[in-house]
Every structure is written in C-alpha cells, then in structure tokens.
Design a protein around this ligand. Structure first.
Ligand code: ZN
Ligand code: ZN
Length: 253
C-alpha cells in the first residue's frame, strides 16, 4: 500500500565544520521523531564518517536513515548522493578522500569536524578540511554513484553559491539527474518562472540542516516502504509512487 512518508534528505552532523554541536545522532533522531519525519538522509560535506553512528542510533526507532554524502565537485557544485548501504557510501568517500586537497582544517575559522558514536560521544576529530572542493567533476560523481546503485541530485539549486545553476547556469541534460533539490524556504514558482527548463525534473526540498531547528517536513514521498528503490520510483513518478511538496508558508500559489 502506498503511504505518505515525510522526508528530509539533506542533514549535516557534527562532522560538518559548519554544523552546530547539537547535530549528534540521538538529537537528530529525537528531533525527527518529534516533527514526525519518517525518513532522513545523513549528508555531511565530503565525508560519511558519522553515518553508521546515526543508523545505529535509529535502531528500533520509527525513522529510516539513508547514508549519504554532500560532495563538492571541482566546479564548486554541491551534489547530494544517497545509498542503501553505508559500505557503498564509504566507497564513495574513498574516492572523495583521494581527490580532496590535503589541507588541515582551521577549526577556529571553520569549526570542528567531530566523529562521534551512536550516543554522540566524541571519538576523534577529522583534521582534514572537508568543506572544500574535490578535484572530481560532476560527471565523475554521477558515474560513481550510478556504479554503486545510489541516487544523486544537485543540492540547493536556488542558492547563489555552490549550486549547479549559479555555477554552470544550467543543468547539463546528459547528467540525467532524477531530481533537483531546492532549499526549504525557496519559492518553487519563482524558480520555475526564471528556469522553465527545470519543470521536467522532480523537485524535492530539504532542510540542509546545520542545526536541529532546520529539519524540514516539506517533502513527502508517496511510497510503499522506505527503501532506496522506492525513492527512485517516486523520483521517476512510476508505479503510483510520487513526490509532493508542501507549500512554504510565504510561497505564492
Ligand atoms: Zn551545500
Ligand atoms: Zn548541505
């Protein structure tokens, strides 16, 4: 039976230097449950070192966690990549780490990059700056995610920086993205008014949460169960699966 699942597929943990210290596995899950969010994707910048901790913290809870990464390509475009298996996410991480400049994180400027366990206890710091461009092209990322049977789509395309539209001016059609992501407060009608070519994409909206209050309930997946295959069908609008977006409070109709 197809049912609505509220999803936020773009969440940062304390591993992302720009995320607040409250973004620990348990607090993220507690917040999701209190907002009746059914599905989350953990997508730290260029790394997946906290995904297993969040998945473990969600054991027995009524929220499904997808492991993912927000990759920064050499075009300085952010791409959300999501998988059904943390090991596949770590495969992508391997490729990212081989293509990430070896720069030490300046904690006092960017913030700490903390690896934690499922209880949110400190394990170690990732000393390498994660919040920077890799030498991977958008094509490289799309190809690797496809090999690993994952899903990827351009992040926050309405933003003036780190977005495929701001940096390339358009979405190369040969990339065959299944979806595009807009920010939680973006006005979808404004975006389509300026970029008519985007109307053929499935649009999702995510919180890009760097603090708990930013978890978004705007995107609803109409699927049978919370699996990656079902999300793919919803992106493709197939077999009765679909994505719907709740209107943002200030959005025009
Ligand atoms: Zn981003
Ligand atoms: Zn993000």
């Amino acid at each position: 039976m197809i049912k609505p699942y509220v999803a936020d597929l773009h969440i940062h943990t304390v591993l992302s230097p720009c995320a607040e210290i409250e973004m620990t596995p348990k607090l993220i899950i507690d917040k999701a449950l209190s907002k009746q969010i059914d599905i989350l994707a953990i997508t730290d910048h260029n790394s997946a070192e906290n995904v297993k901790a969040v998945i473990k913290a969600a054991t027995g809870k009524k929220v499904k966690i997808f492991p993912g990464i927000e990759v920064e390509t050499r075009e300085e475009v952010h791409i959300i990549c999501i998988f059904d298996d943390p090991e596949k996410t770590l495969e992508l991480q391997k490729m990212i780490y081989r293509n990430l400049p070896n720069i030490k994180n300046k904690e006092e400027i960017f913030g700490a990059q903390l690896v934690v366990n499922s209880k949110g206890e400190f394990i170690r710091k990732n000393e390498r700056l994660l919040l920077t461009a890799t030498s991977l092209s958008i094509e490289d990322v799309v190809k690797k995610v496809k090999e690993l049977d994952g899903i990827c789509y351009p992040a926050h395309i309405d933003r003036p920086s780190y977005s495929i539209i701001s940096n390339l001016g358009f979405i190369p059609p040969q990339l065959n993205f299944l979806a595009i992501e807009i920010s939680s407060k973006a006005d979808i009608y404004d975006i389509l008014l300026n970029h008519e070519e985007l109307k053929n994409y499935t649009i999702i909206s995510s919180g890009d949460a760097h603090r708990l209050s930013e978890l978004s309930t705007r995107t609803v997946f109409w699927i049978e169960k919370p699996t990656l295959d079902e999300l793919k069908l919803a992106f493709l609008n197939k077999n009765g699966r679909k994505v719907s977006l709740k209107k943002h409070r200030k959005e025009k109709t």
